[in-house]
Each structure stands twice: as C-alpha cells, then as structure tokens.
Unconditional design. Structure first.
Length: 456
C-alpha cells in the first residue's frame, strides 16, 4: 500500500535533469503535430485538382464535420493520459491495464454509436454548415466514406493517450507519422489510380485510421505488463473506477464544448461585420493554431509528468514538472509572438492574395502577435490539471472563462468593432490562465492525498 510522501524528493521519483526530461517528452509531440498540416495540404491539393470547385468545398465541409465530432470526443485522449500517467507514477500495472481497457471499450462503444447515427450526423451537420447543392453532395460522399473508421479513430485517441501517459513519446510519434503517411499514400492511390474522387479522400483517411489502430494494438501488446493475473470482467466493470472514468470524460467534454462555443461566438460576431472581417479573423486564427501545434508538446509533457508525480504522491516532482514545463512553454510563446510581430505581414501575404482580406488581417495582426503570451498559462495549466485528473476544476474554470468572454464581447465589440472582439478573445485567454492559477495551490496540496480523490 502506498503512503503519502513528504515534500522531500526521492531519487527514484524525481528525474535528475528536468529540462532534458521535458524537452525529450515535448519535441516528439511537436514533430508529430507538424505532420498534420502536411496531410491537410495534400488533401487540399488533391481535391483542388479535381474537375470542379465543389470537390474542394466538399472536402472542406466534410473535414469540418469530423473535426467537430472527433474534437468533441478528445476526452478519450486527455482522460486516458491522466489516468495512465498516475498509474504509471504509482507503478501499478494492474491499474494501468484496467484504465487502458476501459478507455478502449468506451472509445469503441462511442464509435459504434457514431456509425449507428451516421445519417443524421452527416445530413444535419453539413446542413448547418451550408454550401451549394453540389458542395453538399460531394461532402456527403466524403463523410460516408470516412465515417466507417470512427471506432478506429477514437480508439487511436486512447492509444495516443496511453503512450503519452507512459512517457513513450517516441512511439507516439511513430504511430502519428505512420497514420499520416498511410493517409497520403492512400489518397494518391484511391483518387488517381482507382478514380474514387472525393470519396477516395475520405476512404483514405478511414484506411489510415484502421492501419493506425492495427499498429497501435501491436504496440500495446508489445508493451503489456508481464506476469499479471488475467483481468476479470468484474474488475474491469468496477463501479468506482467506471464512475471516475465517466466523471473525468464528462468534465473534459463540457470543457471542450465551452471552448468550441467561444470560438463559434467569435466567428459569429465577426461575420456580422462583413465577409472581409470574417475571412481576416479566420486567417488570423491560423496563427493561434500554429502556436497550439508548438505548445501542445509542453502541455502533453506536463500531463505525463504531473500525472506520474500525482500517482507517486511526490509533491516535489509535481512542483518541478509545473515550473519547468511552464518555463519552456513561456519561452515558446514568446518566440511565436516575436515571429508574428516581425514576419506576420509576410505570413498573411502567403495565406491569401485577396487585397480586402489581406488589408483587414494586417489591421488586426497585432492582436495575433499578443495572443500567444496571453494564452500560454491557460494552455499549459490545461495539461497540469488533466495530468492530475482535476477535471472538474478544469471544467469550472473554462465555464467561468466563457462567461467572461461573452460579457467582454457583448460590451466591447459594439463600441470598438473588430478590435473590441479581438480584445475580448484576449481577455478570454487570460481568464483561462487566471482561473486555473488561483486553483493551483489547492491542486499542489492535494498531490499527497489518495490518487482516487483527485478525479472529482
């Protein structure tokens, strides 16, 4: 039985060189993230060379539908990372195995539900996004081809979460690169050799998810703890463990809905100011996406290290994980702000050749340069709270931040126009950090408590 530790570090629980540990965990994740824009560019290029603009529009709309659906189920990755990291830190192989299998069963169950509801999900999702009849039809072809891999795609979230929680980031990099390479090859084969058109692009993504699932299962089998007794269904269906899993995933799901709501309201208020402002805002939000690709590596490192420290009940390791990951995240955010300040105009010119959109984007570019520093605390502390599985606090902080954003947008967008809208978004990002910072001391005090108390 584990006993609470004091604040003094133990040689076994605390790595010798924290900076090297954080960078070793973060950089493979950053590299894996960089493959995503490459894949998106290939899909766009293939669709853009088909005979008609409706194909590119169909892939864009279909991709948005899956982005919302799969992003909504992102708790499968985040919740798995926190639970696995704590079991890994506690050196509890039984809990490690059980947490993984419960998450996999949940992912496959949700994926099966998505398949059962695919027609209304696709029809109403695409209808909400709009588009011409031709675009709607090609988007449906894309979605119906891709959706069959939903159980595999969601299970891959669990595999990724497990590998991050066990600090096997190089294997996580291998799986993500493998999925994207298979996707690129399959797109070229299905579209140009088989002539499947937009349906081929969707089928390629489905095939990649299925192949990624097969590789993930092989990796999990290779990493399986040896010498454990068979896991019974009674232990797998333990009411307390299942309740904890449901609570964590529920909290992260609601937190994600709040985040989606904030960006949706931002886009809505921007659209009311004209097409050029709407397009310029969407273009500048790409700067925030680029930053997220980079800083996600440090947030994921925080999830793994904080989770391990929480599982080991090592308060010193918790402090070091928070300090070092936050330091590197701030350095990264400052680098993004500097690049956007010096080269933002050049980036805007590369992203669009429409004069009205480019001019509008340049007017509001300073906000995009400020946003990385305004966002960094919220981004990084997300990882800290997920690793500690304090997801209820995370959900409450995001809900409070959304309320702050709605109030700021309502009061500032009118008198200040789009500048007021960007100011409101900046306030929202600052609020995300502040609402978590005020809860950090209580989180640290709870590290030496029973790990099961940290979930709720």
């Amino acid at each position: 039985m584990n006993t609470p530790q004091t604040d003094k570090p133990t040689p076994q629980a605390v790595p010798v060189h924290w900076h090297r540990r954080v960078l070793t965990l973060a950089f493979p994740i950053v590299l894996a993230n960089l493959t995503q824009p490459i894949l998106g560019a290939v899909d766009t290029a293939v669709a853009g060379h088909l005979d008609g603009p409706q194909y590119l529009g169909g892939v864009a709309l279909g991709g948005l539908v899956f982005s919302f659906v799969f992003w909504g189920f992102g708790f499968l990755r985040m919740g798995t990372t926190g639970l696995v990291a704590q079991a890994f830190g506690a050196r509890d192989d039984n809990a490690l195995r059980a947490s993984l299998l419960r998450a996999l069963l949940l992912a496959i169950g949700i994926g099966a539900a998505v398949l059962a509801l695919q027609t209304p999900l696709i029809v109403y999702g695409l209808r909400a996004l709009g588009g011409t009849d031709a675009v709607q039809q090609t988007a449906q072809d894309y979605c119906h081809a891709r959706i069959w891999a939903a159980p595999f795609a969601l299970a891959n979230y669990v595999v990724l979460g497990f590998l991050l929680g066990c600090q096997r980031v190089r294997l996580a990099l291998v799986t993500q690169v493998f999925i994207n390479v298979v996707n690129i090859v399959a797109v070229l084969v299905f579209v140009y050799r088989f002539g499947w058109g937009v349906a081929g692009i969707g089928a390629a993504t489905a095939a990649a998810d299925a192949c990624g699932f097969a590789l993930g299962m092989a990796i999990l089998w290779w990493l399986r703890p040896r010498g454990l007794p068979p896991l019974s269904w009674t232990a797998l269906a333990d009411a307390r463990a299942l309740g904890r899993l449901v609570a964590i995933n529920r909290d992260i799901f609601i937190r994600t809905l709040c985040l989606l709501g904030s960006y949706g309201w931002f886009a809505h208020l921007g659209a009311r100011q004209g097409d050029a402002i709407l397009a310029a805002n969407a273009l500048l939000l790409n700067f925030q996406t680029f930053m997220a690709f980079g800083l996600d590596g440090f947030a994921h490192a925080a999830e793994a290290l904080v989770g391990a420290a929480t599982g080991a009940r090592d308060r010193h390791a918790f402090r070091q994980a928070v300090k070092v990951t936050m330091l590197w995240s701030v350095i990264g955010a400052a680098g993004f702000s500097l690049v956007y300040s010096l080269a933002g105009g050049w980036i805007v010119a590369r992203l669009t050749d429409q004069a009205a959109v480019r001019d509008a984007a340049l007017r509001f570019l300073p906000w995009a340069a400020v946003l990385p520093l305004a966002s960094v605390a919220g981004f990084q502390l997300d990882g800290v709270f997920i690793g500690a599985t304090r997801t209820h606090a995370l959900m409450n902080a995001m809900a409070a931040s959304l309320a702050v954003f709605m109030l700021a947008a309502w009061s500032l967008a009118g008198p200040m126009g789009n500048h007021g809208l960007w100011l409101a978004l900046t306030v929202f990002m600052v609020a995300r950090g502040v609402t978590l910072i005020v809860q950090l001391p209580a989180l640290e005090r709870g590290v030496a408590a029973s790990p099961s108390s940290n979930a709720l």
